[in-house]
Design a protein around this ligand. Structure first.
Ligand code: XMP
Length: 513
């Protein structure tokens, strides 16, 4: 791969670390998160133009507090310490940090008191976002105070003669009004990066890398109809054509017409080798009368792996298993040595490569979701696939509460299709992060024309989120909700009442089961 300028972020465990990388990539500069204890020798590379020390939940005084290799300070590269990163710089370079039980959390006004390239082009007062316990009371030698605020007198410091800077606030969160601008000053003015991280280059480089890695061997990919596996499929297909085979297991709980759409897009449209497997009888048979959510998920997971393995066994021993793993999965997986406090369990086809003794091919593992969408667009995938909301592996099974049958699936597919189609036609689909309908196992009395009805209730759910770990329910216009309700009750045989879910996450989850 051609070497492009890079900013490296040492991860001290802040929930915002990924956001820093995203912001920088939005400037078309490549940015990578590495564990906090990465040795200086690894970072001593010419393409690394600057280093950011992320925030973190610990105090620098805590017994197991993550510290960096102090030799990093001798690399002569620009360094920006953010929050914990600033405290660590101060602590490591001989200043004084005091620990405090009271956290400062929320908005603050930064007063810029001296010049620093970091704040070039900004007015003297800035709205910033704080989230810290410890604070600096004395800067290390050689630093000048450049910013203060009411609760943290040393809010920003810049070394007199070296490009080492510390800031107590978080420039990566949107509540810091000019946070992206501040980061861009670091990346371009202080580190001298060129905006050379381009998706077209990524595609060309990745296609070449796949060809080299795979050679004449065969690749198998489990296509789910979602964005990640779809983009991985077209990217790999571009590289190795017919050496790729995709298997699409239809468990019978997909969205309306999904199987047909996948066949039309990938098999007829792009010409990818696709094996569609209609396994709905097997799944629905195994799920008959099962109403416990965890049971349902376990049965589906187990059966999925079994069927996928069975189909793969019919192929001529593929050498690689391709997956649409993304950068956030890589960062969050336990394999990453960073001290992030939450580790998300993966919903992908976990464990398959070991069991099937195949090598893994993960061409998207350096990308964020929005970058994957960008790659998908460049590769010509249809927009309604590229911008699709996430869909859970167990599909509608977790949206039909209690035991499921074909009739419930039909009812939910119809209702969901109406809701999604209306969100799209009202320009709301891209404004929310995930939206769907849930079918409840209760009946209520209603009246249609002159007739009394006794039918099912459905809930519509729509949330906004950036990371799906927390989410807020969408404030959809009342008129729109009214129209959705009218259409569902009029058009879907089996539903006579619609309710709207106004629960955020936490305390709710996004899915209902
Ligand atoms: P929850 O319900 O945990 O969902 O708030 C967070 C996000 O994860 C998706 N989700 C899944 N995705 N397999 C998946 O591939 C699953 O088993 C699964 N369960 C939840 C959910 O749709 C939301 O985007």
């Amino acid at each position: 791969m051609e070497v492009t300028d890079k900013i490296v972020i040492l991860d001290f465990g802040s929930q915002y670390t990924k956001l820093i990388a995203r912001r920088i990539r939005e400037f078309s500069v490549y940015s990578e998160i590495v564990p906090f204890n990465t040795p200086a020798s690894t970072l001593d590379r010419p393409e690394i133009k600057g280093i950011i020390l992320s925030g973190g939940p610990q105090s620098v005084f805590a017994p197991n507090a993550p510290h960096m290799d102090p030799l990093i300070l001798d690399l002569d590269k620009p360094i920006l310490g953010v929050c914990y990163g600033m405290q660590l710089l101060c602590y490591t370079m001989g200043g004084e940090v005091v620990t405090s039980k009271d956290r400062e959390y929320g908005p603050a006004t930064l007063q810029i008191v001296n010049q620093s390239a970091l704040f070039e082009g900004l007015s003297k007062q800035q709205k910033v976002w704080m989230s810290h316990g410890d604070r600096l009371v004395r800067m290390p030698q050689g630093f000048e105070l450049v910013g203060e605020s009411d609760n943290a007198p040393i809010t920003a410091m810049h070394h007199f003669s070296r490009p080492i800077i510390g800031i107590q606030f978080h420039p990566e969160v949107s509540h810091t009004e000019h946070g992206a601008y501040i980061l861009s000053n670091f990346v371009f003015k202080i580190c001298g990066c060129h905006a050379s991280w381009k998706m077209i280059d990524f595609i060309d480089d990745t296609v070449a890398a796949i060809r080299q890695k795979v050679g004449r061997q065969k690749v198998l990919l489990g296509l789910s109809g979602g964005v990640d596996s779809s983009v991985a499929a077209v990217l790999i297909h571009r590289a190795i054509g017919d050496q790729l085979t995709c298997v699409f297991v239809d468990h019978g709980m997909m969205r309306k017409d999904e199987m047909n759409e996948v066949i039309t897009t990938f098999q007829s449209g792009i010409g990818i080798n696709l094996i569609p497997v209609d396994a709905s009888n097997e799944f629905l048979g195994a799920l008959a009368d099962v109403s416990d959510p965890e049971q349902k998920r376990k049965i589906i997971g187990r059966l999925f792996v079994e069927i996928f393995e069975r189909e793969a066994g019919k192929l001529d021993h593929p050498d690689f298993l391709a997956q649409g793993t993304l950068y956030p999965d890589v960062i969050e997986s336990a394999a990453h040595a960073g001290p992030a406090q939450t580790i998300k369990s993966h919903h992908n086809v976990g464990g398959l490569p070991e069991k099937m003794s195949m090598q893994l091919l993960e061409p998207l593992r350096d990308l964020f979701k929005d970058e994957v969408r960008g790659v998908g667009r460049i590769l010509g995938l249809p927009e309604n696939l590229v911008n699709r909301h996430p869909f859970p592996g167990p599909g509608l099974a977790v949206r039909i509460l209690g035991a499921l049958d074909r009739e419930s699936i039909r009812i939910l597919q119809e209702a969901d299709d109406i809701f999604i189609e209306m969100l799209r036609s009202h320009g709301l689909y891209d404004q929310v992060s995930q939206a769907f309908v849930v079918l409840m196992p209760v009946r209520t009395v209603g009246i249609m024309g002159d007739n009394r009805t006794y039918d099912r209730v459905c809930a519509i759910r729509s949330v906004s989120t950036t990371d799906f770990m927390t989410a807020d329910w969408s404030r959809l216009p009342h008129e729109f909700l009214a129209d959705v309700s009218t259409r569902i009750v009029n058009e879907v045989d089996g539903i006579n009442r619609v309710v709207y879910d106004i629960t955020s996450k936490p305390p709710g989850t996004i899915e209902w089961e």
